[in-house]
Write a protein that binds this ligand. Sequence first.
Ligand code: MG
Length: 161
Amino acid sequence: MMRIGHGYDVHRLVPERKLILGGVDIPNPLGLLGHSDADVLLHAICDAILGAIGAGDIGKHFPDTDARYRGISSLKLLGEVMVLARSHNYVIGNLDATVIAQSPKLAPHIRQMVENIAEACEADPTRVNVKATTTETLGFEGRGEGISAHAVVLLFQEFEE
Ligand code: MG
């Protein structure tokens, strides 16, 4: 049994916030605004996994009205999503994600993002791919107003339920 899921997320860039992407604290004058650490990449991945197992979305599981999730590392949220997936015997077949940001340059941080995601998902890093692109200055990402991320994931059941 295989299941595919897709996730998409956007967060606004603002001053006096950290920029956390894929669990990596990236030096930048602006950071992402949100109730948690606003890790837009991990949120897209969480939504892809929740989509694959037919379990709704991240807002349903971790509502931004819940004080428990204020400032929380999204690696913890991803870990909880994977606990749910594994409770249905699903493991990561492979995961592919794209971050859309005009700046800063993300290439130096991709390897650490992949390692963080693989660890949170208890998956081999060879099953995780992260890409980054600009939009050639077009749109809200291109104007530096926000960062978006897409993720697709293929899950498979290790054994039938
Ligand atoms: Mg989000």
